[in-house]
Design a protein around this ligand. Structure first.
Ligand code: ATP
Ligand code: MG
Length: 412
């Protein structure tokens, strides 16, 4: 992609109304546009990043037999009344006609919609287990939408729901999801802490959160520095400077961002919606459920909070919108390298703007693409590559560049 063609303008100055690091860097770098408080547009660069994250999530959830669907955002009042969640503060109500009572709520979660739906498909134990998920915008009336992508009023979530014939089967799947989540966050280059949390509705009274230690987070967790056992402060009886009861390690309090969570729901929703299955003997039982969320846009904001320096964002390779930022200082070779890399499926952002080299360097650092390549006649036969993750600059031969980026013994 040519820089002169992409819908992208970087900003030199910090947006005055954004205090969070992720919003500042993402707005300056031309990834997002703030429409109003807690509501953002994903511009081409931002949308590329989101698609990279979504691909990872899809791959890992498909591997554990999740099947992707897409439910509506407009959810009828009747469904919410059945679970008695209509009168909650969180959802935006929608009126069909002026002066009428609200008929819908914009979806802020989908347990109700899906439980009602699967009722028409699940009859017997043979239909179980079942895992369905979607990636969709959620709407929540969040009064404290001040942390950029970390807390939006409209945001993208991956929500997975599972259906089982026994508690044992649910717990088996719950642990599978936990492992898949670990892989997802690792591929996003984030260290997550598996944290015990409250809000359980089942014989298993607890849920788990995936927390990333970060001062920008709104959560507080107690964590053992040695064995990494962690509890959310909301439910924890742990205190700082006490010894961990499991390993004797030191307990510390940390601020953290919840990027995902997993809930054993039990029969709460299947009872509300009378969702039952027949066992081998024809006896009826309530279906046992679990639900599992990942904040896709929050994940993008968290990656920026963790991976940045004073110059800008440092995208992990798998998440970066482009792999290579190419700068050409009057050198014929650039087009050749550009074509070669594109043919090898390496996405290149070619800065062809008629501006000074200093400005290009500043933008390359701000946008945070893993490799910045400069072709200049000044450095004869050598190509300059800056590795953004450690800001190291190397002068390499053509083969060296290809080896570094593609790990192949070839040249262009
Ligand atoms: P929180 O406690 O942070 O409000 P939650 O417990 O309400 O989150 P869920 O309703 O289970 O979270 O949503 C699943 C995931 O969606 C969360 O783990 C989080 O990553 C993300 N998420 C929740 N609320 C928001 C929001 N307002 N903006 C962005 N992401 C969110
Ligand atoms: Mg919440």
């Amino acid at each position: 992609m040519l820089f002169s063609k992409i819908f992208l303008k970087t900003k030199k100055n910090l947006p005055s109304d954004e205090s969070s690091k992720n919003a500042q860097l993402l707005e300056r770098g031309g990834f997002i546009y703030k429409n109003s408080s807690g509501i953002y547009t994903l511009l081409p660069l931002g949308w590329l990043v989101i698609q990279k994250i979504i691909n990872i999530v899809r791959e890992e959830i498909n591997k554990i037999d999740g099947q992707e669907i897409l439910m509506p955002s407009l959810i009828s009042k009747k469904i919410w009344e059945q679970s008695k969640r209509w009168n909650i503060e969180i959802g935006y109500e929608v009126r069909g006609k002026k002066d009428l009572e609200p008929e819908y709520i914009l979806g802020w979660t989908h347990e109700e919609v899906l439980t009602e739906l699967v009722k028409h498909f699940i009859n017997s134990y043979k239909d179980l287990p079942l895992a369905l998920y979607q990636i969709q915008n959620k709407f929540r009336n969040e009064p404290r939408a001040k942390s950029g992508l970390l807390r939006g009023k409209e945001f993208i979530m991956k929500d997975l729901y599972s259906f089982h014939s026994s508690e044992k089967d649910l717990l088996k799947y719950y642990n599978k999801v936990a492992k898949a989540y670990q892989k997802i966050f690792k591929r996003c280059n984030l260290k997550t802490i598996y944290t015990l949390a409250g809000g359980g509705t089942f014989t298993m009274a607890y849920t788990h959160e995936f927390q990333v230690i970060c001062n920008a987070g709104e959560d507080e967790i107690f964590i053992c520095k040695s064995c990494k056992y962690a509890e959310n402060k909301e439910i924890s009886k742990l205190t700082e400077n006490k010894k961990c009861s499991r390993c004797g390690g030191e307990i510390k309090k940390e601020r953290a961002i919840e990027v995902g969570n997993i809930f054993p729901l039990g029969t709460k929703y299947s009872k509300n919606f009378n969702l039952k299955y027949k066992d081998k003997n024809g006896n009826e039982h309530y279906v046992i459920m679990g639900s599992y969320g990942i904040g896709i846009t929050r994940l993008m904001g968290t990656i920026v909070e963790i991976h940045n320096d004073k110059f800008g964002i440092i995208w992990p390779e798998e998440i970066a919108p482009y792999q290579v930022y190419l700068i050409n200082i009057k050198n014929k070779e650039a087009k050749k390298l550009y074509n070669y890399l594109q043919n090898k499926n390496v996405n290149v952002l070619y800065d062809d703007r008629k501006i000074g080299i200093g400005e290009k360097f500043t933008d390359a650092d701000l946008i945070g693409i893993p490799y910045r390549i400069v072709l200049s006649p000044k450095i004869k036969n050598l190509i300059e590559v800056k590795i953004r993750k450690n800001n190291q600059i190397k002068k390499l031969k053509r083969e060296g560049v290809i080896k570094l980026i593609l790990n192949k013994n070839e040249s262009f």
